[in-house]
Design a protein around this ligand. Structure first.
Ligand SMILES: Cc1cc2nc3c(=O)[nH]c(=O)nc-3n(C[C@H](O)[C@H](O)[C@H](O)COP(=O)(O)OP(=O)(O)OC[C@H]3O[C@@H](n4cnc5c(N)ncnc54)[C@H](O)[C@@H]3O)c2cc1C
Ligand code: FES
Length: 289
């Protein structure tokens, strides 16, 4: 498996909401080749943390050779906390771009509903920039982030669990209350949200693609740490699984078996309570490959 690791320079780092950071990196090759919905895997500045952290591309600037990551610090003494301490001029090793991205070619001439939940919102920004008149439905635990940037690219509908803005409740509550309609759905967010979105799409006959999140180790398809359940056999492995890092992270909901749930992570791509990720399960220790 080929690993495209670049040494990138930090251009800026900004806290945009409690626990949420926006990081711009100079990353010529990634910016030139990446498509919306792909991600990068970022090595921590502390080399004793061996595994890279998968983070979606929030924006890419091909002309300027820059990429933007928007990420949540998941807790004290984590890799993401170390990332948040980086300053302009610091160097960072980044693997990527990784994965497939959203099927923009299927969206031509269609009204696409982009649904983002929690830390699944960032990748929908670059996706919105590449679509014609998209609709964005953004779900937060509380105060919104990236909202103004989405408003420049899309018709925006907000859901907040605490009711501080938009519809009080989930993204699906917002879709129903604010009468959002469209031809197809692209979504990214915590697994329970994606499962509900998939059911909504099926009920309404809407084609739907979701970006899954699974715990990852190698990020290049070698270790099988990130497999999710699929409805059909994988032609290579002969099992009803897909590797989220290599075959995804974006899948048609017709391909994924949401009945069993995605296998390892009820994702942390969600808002947090008192800094504790809502959907986080206990997780294996970081392991060396
Ligand atoms: C395809 C994909 C895209 C993602 N995009 C974003 C994003 O745009 N913004 C964002 O804030 N978060 C994103 N995440 C989640 C992010 O990868 C985790 O929050 C992060 O890896 C946690 O690392 P840590 O150092 O804070 O935690 P630690 O607890 O120190 O991590 C320990 C190990 O577990 C892995 N791990 C822990 N949680 C996750 C997780 N949820 N998913 C995968 N690996 C995990 C870490 O990579 C690391 O190897 C994405 C995850 C995936 C799979
Ligand atoms: S993380 Fe190793 S195969 Fe996906």
């Amino acid at each position: 498996m080929q690993k495209n690791v670049s040494r990138c320079q930090v251009l800026s780092q900004e806290k945009i909401a409690p626990g949420i950071f926006s990081l711009w990196l100079q990353a010529e090759e990634i910016a030139r080749t990446a498509v919306p919905g792909q991600f990068v895997s970022v090595y921590c500045p502390d080399p004793s943390r061996l595994l890279p952290r998968p983070i979606s591309l929030c924006e890419t600037d091909a002309a300027g050779g820059k990429i933007r990551l928007v990420y949540r610090v998941t807790g004290e003494n984590t890799g993401t906390q170390l990332l948040s301490e980086l300053r302009p001029g610091d160097a960072l090793r980044v693997l990527g771009p990784v994965g497939n991205g959203f099927p923009l070619e299927k969206a031509q001439g269609k009204k696409v509903i982009l649904i983002g939940g929690g830390i699944g919102i960032p990748p929908m920004l670059e996706t919105a920039k590449r679509l014609e008149s998209p609709i964005a439905v953004l779900g937060y635990r509380s105060l919104p982030f990236l909202k103004e940037e989405f408003e420049k690219q899309a018709e925006v509908h907000i859901a907040a669990e605490d009711g501080c803005e938009g519809t009080k409740g989930t993204v699906l509550d917002a879709i129903r209350e604010q009468n959002v309609t469209g031809d197809m759905i692209f979504a990214c967010g915590p697994t329970p949200m994606l499962r509900a979105v998939a059911a909504y799409a099926a009920e309404n006959g809407l084609p739907c693609w979701v970006s899954l999140e699974e715990r990852m180790a190698c990020s290049v398809g070698a270790c099988l740490a990130c497999v999710c359940r699929a409805k059909t056999e994988d032609p290579h492995f002969g099992t009803r699984t897909r590797r989220v890092c290599k075959d995804g992270p974006v899948f048609s909901t017709g391909e994924i078996d949401f009945v069993f749930g995605s296998s390892t992570a009820e994702s942390t791509k969600s808002s947090s309570d008192n800094g504790k990720p809502k959907y986080r399960t206990s997780f294996q220790e970081e392991v060396e490959l």
